[in-house]
Design a protein around this ligand. Structure first.
Ligand code: NAP
Length: 314
């Protein structure tokens, strides 16, 4: 008979790792499942300036490594397995991974969110060939080249600033004439000589034979379309896309209550199914930050323990 975990946490970003730390520390038999590598979106971030206490060595990967080590130290088990199917209605929850099937008394969904695509022709075909969704991963390929950043939120502007360390010129293409990013981040961008702006503009097509060579940008106010070509000597340029997030919740469609793909919970992270909790960016909430993800994870783990004590201690 397979062992029954007290808690299975799906997802290993800050919400999942925090839940893992709190659950394991409460001596719950805890398994964290992750499909690729630890960290979630925060590992794509060079600088985490607003996680309390995170001043020295505050890169996304280093913060996540410390969270991971801490969760493991308290006894959380970690497995790399992609969850394919979940059965959440029974008293014992069943999680089917590509490699194994798992059982648990409670489940914490911490599957996070992934980058939204622009959705224009050429974007998918040229991903990894000039189009990127991760500046920390790909900035070095654009040393001394020109890059464009699409979006106007915190991610777009922060990552544009990071890209100035590599690229010779960074142009932010935003669909409005005002940024959405926090004022403190905007100020840094306006002060940086390498950062330029293309307002009221959207990318409508990306072109290239195996590598980005040009893109079509449309002014949404005038309707005018302009094709931007790579400098002849460079042969290419980078397009970094940061146009928001899409929750990774497909597995739970029709099972957990959602709004626009985000899982609905109460303030105790409880979903509509008893024993199933959600934490972090995958749930409906007003502030998506590492600090709120970590807080969600802690609350979910404490509530999972309470649920187990009430439902399984007979
Ligand atoms: P976001 O805040 O949702 O911003 C998305 C940006 O992309 C907006 O400027 C939006 O334009 C634009 N956009 C959306 N769809 C578009 C499309 N189809 N074509 C062109 N532009 C499009 O997303 P985010 O910047 O990835 O941030 C996600 C969350 O993480 C936010 O809650 C953010 O605060 C948080 N975050 C925080 C930090 C930090 O605190 N340091 C850093 C990174 C991210 P409009 O402005 O016109 O809507």
């Amino acid at each position: 008979m397979p062992q029954i975990y007290d808690v299975i946490i799906i997802g290993e970003g800050p919400a999942g790792l925090s839940a893992g730390l709190y659950a394991a520390r409460s001596r719950l038999k805890t398994l964290i499942l992750e499909k690729e590598k630890a960290g979630g979106q925060i590992v794509s971030t060079d600088e985490v300036a607003n996680y309390p206490g995170s001043i020295e060595n505050a890169t996304g990967p280093s913060l996540v490594k410390r969270m991971l080590d801490q969760a493991k130290e308290f006894g959380a088990e970690i497995k790399l397995d992609t969850v394919k199917e979940v059965e959440l209605d029974g008293k014992i929850k069943i999680i089917r991974g590509e490699k194994e099937e798992y059982q648990a008394k409670t489940v914490i969904v911490a599957t996070g969110a992934k980058p939204r695509k622009i959705g224009c022709p050429g974007e998918i075909e040229l991903t990894g060939r000039g189009v990127s969704y991760c500046a920390t991963c790909d900035a070095a390929f654009f040393e001394d080249l020109e890059v464009f950043v699409v979006g106007g939120g915190d991610s777009a502007v922060e990552e544009a600033l990071y890209l100035t360390k590599f690229a010779r010129k960074v142009t932010i293409i935003h669909r409005r004439d005002e940024l959405r990013a926090a004022k403190s981040i905007q100020e840094k961008a306006f002060e940086n000589e390498k950062v330029h702006f293309m307002w009221d503009s959207v990318v409508t097509e990306i072109k290239g034979d195996g590598i980005v060579e040009s893109m079509v940008v449309k002014n949404v106010k005038t309707g005018e379309e302009t094709e931007i070509f790579a400098d002849e000597e460079d042969g290419t340029f980078g397009i970094f896309v940061f146009v928001g997030l899409v929750p990774t919740t497909e597995l739970f469609e029709g099972k957990l209550e959602m709004e626009n793909g985000y899982i609905i919970t109460d303030e105790d992270m409880k979903t509509n199914i008893p024993g199933v909790f959600a934490a972090g960016d995958c749930r409906k909430k007003s502030l998506r930050q590492v600090v709120t993800a970590a807080a969600d994870g802690a609350i979910a783990a404490v509530q999972a323990e309470k649920y187990i004590n009430e439902e399984f201690n007979d």
